[in-house]
Design a protein around this ligand. Structure first.
Ligand SMILES: Cc1ncc(C[n+]2csc(CCOP(=O)(O)OP(=O)(O)O)c2C)c(N)n1
Ligand SMILES: CC(=O)[C@@H](O)[C@H](O)COP(=O)(O)O
Ligand SMILES: [Mg+2]
Length: 642
């Protein structure tokens, strides 16, 4: 890769250097910064499109505001690569999203320029408002600036924050980065409203000037504003209403061209000088700006693998098995073709969850609610209450955002919502914020909830069929990010008996490995390693974390020296529920030793997935070491291989 020529950017060791530069040089920094982002991400992969869309904005904010004393909070944080380069992390960008390297999102522990961590969307305004209270109560902090995207502002939490900010009336800057894109094309009435507002600017230079004039006038005293508005109405012949944001108590500036450094600098400087309360600056940007392959792609290169800068062609590893997401999407579509009452709900991630495959055949039965997991869950609950069979497809980590809705609107009412929980377990490069670590525990605790975990892609097909057939209450099935094992897929899934596990291989009674989910493969590898140590291992696939197969567990406990549960989830999940059941049933009274292998009580930062599970101690070697320790082999605990 040829290193871009960045003579002006090279003068920037930190944001303070920007504040001594001419506006012209700031424009040069932005141009060079964009090339730097493209070059860096071409080597690491990551969230390219959103970062390219905020290059000018990032330079302008750091040039105008006194970061890190002023707190710049990026919503989601996936667009923070230009920010990281300008705030002293340029030399570490080659470690992005890798073990021991830079996080792909903002992270407090990584830099003083990251005042608030992110990755889950729509939190920035709440956090920024919190900082303004700290400032006003004497904490050593300056202004707070939240940069939130048009997708992220569709989440309820953003409105909760604006509602509060508007009544608090504290000086606060919210910059709406409106690129008319989420991961998928935007949905929702707010998106249409924003398009209406930004039409003026997107129409070209005249529109931009008008918008800027309008924007600047927002900061003038009320009488002047009224006069300007009347003048504008005369000129345009259009009634000029206040914006939604002004109705909430914000001064609204814009829409402005988020790539025009001159506009950005003058609006930010004016806003900083004059704002006395909450201000929303509406910036129109382009996701993937300045890099043709990104701008020209449907997803604007939202998340990319390493790529060739000249061609934009991504280096995607060839998969030798279908992705779990794809298997789910196809199985759901097949089930939907047989049952017209099946519908699907996604929260702004149709392709990430695979429901886009169903949407291709049944567009009227797939609903993208935007980034609105809370609404999505209860929306599905209403569908279920009406008699439909909703599949609510949400990543494990993002379902956390709608948990009370799962409890209060689904489980408490026993409504048959089907939860397709993708990205269950650790996820690799997205790191701790995206780990699907907690769903077994947080769902298993709910009365009436059925919780399944697929051991491979064939099992996933069966679980989709089982969920479709399960009408007596809520049911969830979890599966990991990535590709399957290559096992043959059934033409059509079979309905599994609820609460029944399956025996995979019978040993001679030394140890039993009770697996939940796709770590069945690690259990099989561990069994082979144990055999080499003269230890026979029985393997069973629990299939269900709830209800548990007590007959299977009791049988294993009675006939084995030791029982080990293995799961891709945090403590308080499958192993805990097995132990609690065994205790209740007296299965612990006969001397069977029990160990639960689950994720450790700490967050695990991004790394290669296998490395993360090794670190967690739940890979094959971790299982073997735990077995040997539990059997208290008097020989030294061997390390089977480095
Ligand atoms: C609560 C939550 N749900 C879903 C996601 C997945 N996600 C990450 S970025 C994104 C789209 C964000 O769109 P926008 O705010 O417009 O930012 P852009 O990518 O356009 O810069 C989504 C849905 C998330 N990070 N958090
Ligand atoms: C930033 C964000 O939250 C999403 O883009 C997420 O990174 C997608 O994860 P997958 O790559 O697993 O679909
Ligand atoms: Mg967007």
């Amino acid at each position: 890769m040829t290193k871009p020529d960045t003579p002006t950017l090279d003068q920037v060791a930190g944001p303070a250097d920007l504040r001594h530069m001419s506006d012209r040089d700031l424009g040069r920094v932005a141009t060079e910064l964009r090339s730097e982002v493209v070059a860096a991400v071409s080597q690491t992969g990551g969230h390219l499109g959103s970062s390219l869309g905020v290059v000018e904005l990032t330079v302008a904010i750091h040039a105008v505001f006194d970061t890190p004393r002023d707190k710049l909070i990026w919503d989601v944080g996936h667009q923070c690569y230009p920010h990281k380069i300008l705030t002293g992390r340029r030399d570490r960008m080659h470690t992005l999203r890798q073990g021991g390297g830079l996080s792909g999102f903002t992270k407090r522990s990584e830099s003083e320029f990251d005042p608030f961590g992110a990755a889950h969307s729509s939190t920035s305004i709440s956090a920024a408002l919190g900082f303004t209270v700290g400032r006003d109560m004497g904490q050593p902090t300056g202004d707070a600036i939240a940069v939130i995207g048009d997708g992220s502002i569709s989440a309820g939490m953003a409105y909760e924050a604006m509602n509060n900010a508007g009544s608090e009336g504290r000086r606060l800057f919210v910059i709406l980065n409106d690129n008319e894109m989420s991961i998928a094309p935007p949905v929702g009435a707010m998106s249409s409203y924003l398009s209406g507002l930004s039409d003026l600017t997107r129409k070209g230079p005249f529109g931009g000037l008008m918008a800027m004039a309008e924007g600047m006038e927002q900061l003038a005293p009320k009488p002047v504003r009224e006069g300007a508005r009347r003048a504008r109405e005369m000129v345009t012949g259009l009634e000029s209403k206040g914006t939604f944001f002004e109705e909430l108590g914000f001064d609204y500036i814009g829409p402005i061209d988020g790539h025009d450094m001159g506009q950005l600098l003058s609006v930010l400087r004016a806003a900083k000088t004059r704002a006395t309360g909450p201000v929303l600056i509406h910036c129109c940007t382009v996701k993937g700006k300045g890099y043709a392959p990104a701008e020209g792609s449907a997803d604007k290169y939202h998340g990319v693998a390493k790529f060739d800068v000249d061609t934009g062609v991504q280096a995607k590893a060839k998969a030798n098995a279908p992705s779990y997401t794809g298997v789910f999407g196809d199985a759901l579509t097949e089930a939907a073709s047989r049952d017209p009452s099946i519908v699907a709900v996604t929260a702004a991630m149709p392709s990430g969850t695979g429901v886009d495959r169903m949407a291709k055949r049944f567009p009227a039965r797939v609903f993208d609610v935007g980034i609105a997991e809370q609404h999505g869950v209860t929306f599905a609950a209403g569908m279920a209450a009406s008699g439909l069979k909703p599949f609510c497809a949400i990543y494990s980590t993002f379902l956390q955002r709608g948990y009370d809705q799962v409890v209060h609107d689904v489980a408490l009412q026993g409504l048959p919502v089907r939860f397709a929980i993708d990205r269950a377990g650790l996820v690799g490069a997205d790191g701790a914020t995206h780990a699907g670590a907690f769903d077994i525990g947080y769902l298993g605790a709910l009365p009436g909830m059925v919780v399944m975990a697929a051991a491979d892609e064939a099992e996933l097909v069966h679980m989709v069929e089982t969920a479709a057939a399960h009408d007596s209450g809520p049911i969830a099935f979890r599966y990991p990010r990535g590709n399957g094992t290559g096992v043959t897929l059934p033409e059509r899934g079979e309905v599994l008996e609820i609460g029944k596990g399956r025996m995979i291989r019978e040993g001679t009674g030394d140890v039993a490995l009770l697996s939940l989910g796709t770590h069945l493969s690690e259990c099989e590898a561990a069994a082979t390693m144990l055999e080499a140590e003269g230890i026979s291992a029985t393997i069973a696939d629990a299939r269900f974390a709830k209800p548990l197969d007590l007959d299977l567990i009791g049988q294993l406990a009675l006939t084995h020296t030791a029982l080990f549960t293995v799961e891709q989830g945090a403590q308080g999940g499958f192993g805990a529920m097995v132990l609690q059941a065994m205790a209740g049933e007296g299965m612990l009274d006969h001397g069977c030793r029990v160990r639960t292998l689950c994720l450790p009580d700490r967050f695990i930062d991004q790394a290669a997935l296998a490395e993360m599970y090794r670190d967690a101690g739940v890979d094959a070697e971790g299982i073997v070491q735990t077995v040997l320790a539990a059997l208290q082999q008097d020989r030294k605990v061997v390390t089977l291989h480095s």
